[in-house]
Each structure stands twice: as C-alpha cells, then as structure tokens.
Write a protein that binds this ligand. Sequence first.
Ligand SMILES: [Zn+2]
Length: 215
Amino acid sequence: MINRIEKIYSPQDPGVALKVQQGHFATPHSHVTHYFDLTTLRTRVSEAQSAARILASQWDKSRPVDTIVCIDGMEVVGAFLAEQLLAASVPSMNAHETIYVTAPEKNGQGGFAFGESRIPLIRRKNVLILAGAITTGQTVRSCMDAVRCCEGIPEGICSVFSALRRVSETTVYTLFTAGQVADYRSSSGAECVQCMAGKKLDATVNGEGYFCLRR
Ligand SMILES: [Zn+2]
C-alpha cells in the first residue's frame, strides 16, 4: 500500500466505515484521487448488516423491489438489504412476495449479462441495483442495460459510495457521498490533474479490488 488508509464513519451508524486511501488511481472509466477499500464492509456480517439497515432506511418505501442485483461483490449486503426491505413492507410484485438477490455475469466486453437461469429473476421484475463505489456511473449504466435487455425495470440504485445523485435519471441511495471525502476528484485520464503533473499511477482499481502497479 502506498498511503495510509483512513476511515470515514457513517453519521447514521459509527459501526459502518468507509476505508479511504489517497493517491492516483485508474478505474475502468476514470482517474480518481481516492481508492475505497470495501472489503470489510462487504464481508464482515455485522458491518454489512448495519450498512443494509441504513440503505433500507433511505429507500423510498413506495418503490417495489422484486430483485436486488449486486455488482462489486455486494451480495452479503444485498441479502441483508432484502431482509430489511421485506421487514419494512416494501411491495414486491412477484408471486412469492419475496425478494431475490443475484449478480450479473461479465459479458467479456466490459459489460454485464444474465445467464439463462437468472433471466426469470429479472424479466418484468422491479430491480434494485446494489453497487460498491460509483464514480462515473458507467459500470452501473452497463448493469442497467443488462437489466433492461432482459425486460427488467430498474427501480433505483444503492451504493456504499457515490459521486453521483442519479445515474441515467435513476436515483442513487448511498451511504457515503463525494462531499464526505475531502479533495475527492474524478476525471477522464486526459483531464487528470495528477497525470498532467507527471505523477505516476499508484494502482488500477475496479469493483473487485486494488491492483498495485508499484511499491
Ligand atoms: Zn491520472
């Protein structure tokens, strides 16, 4: 690791923390000044449960949810979020009056797809997309395309961190915003201030983690 990791605690629950590392990172669609390590939040059961509780409290309860589609390895949080939304009597339109939790597959072209066996979870279903960190929104947009391709209805987006309030006119409910991360900046590689200053990249990062380029 290049720089020290700092924690930003959720104002709603100090048991939920965003681990932040400052530096010069390339995401699949931009260059950013901060990397968010979501490993603990999405794997420690107590923290994942608390994160889900906050997201459920933000969700507009009139919006139906049949299926939660998780990207960035958010399935544990997704399961707890389903539990919380059911407990809050969020409407579901499926025959079993429950919520399904699933994840898309990578389509090999940087986008997503749903295998044959998962299509019934998406087709004509109200879908909540649960993401880790949203910077440009491009990855979530690709996921929404895959949902729409299977005739699913994207109802909303939840995330741990988001620099955006909406993606393609769909509301983002997030635990942490860019305003909570001092000096956060995301830009295209061509407009990146750190690149212009000749600063080398510390790592490439994506929804799966951190890939160190130098030590
Ligand atoms: Zn750069």
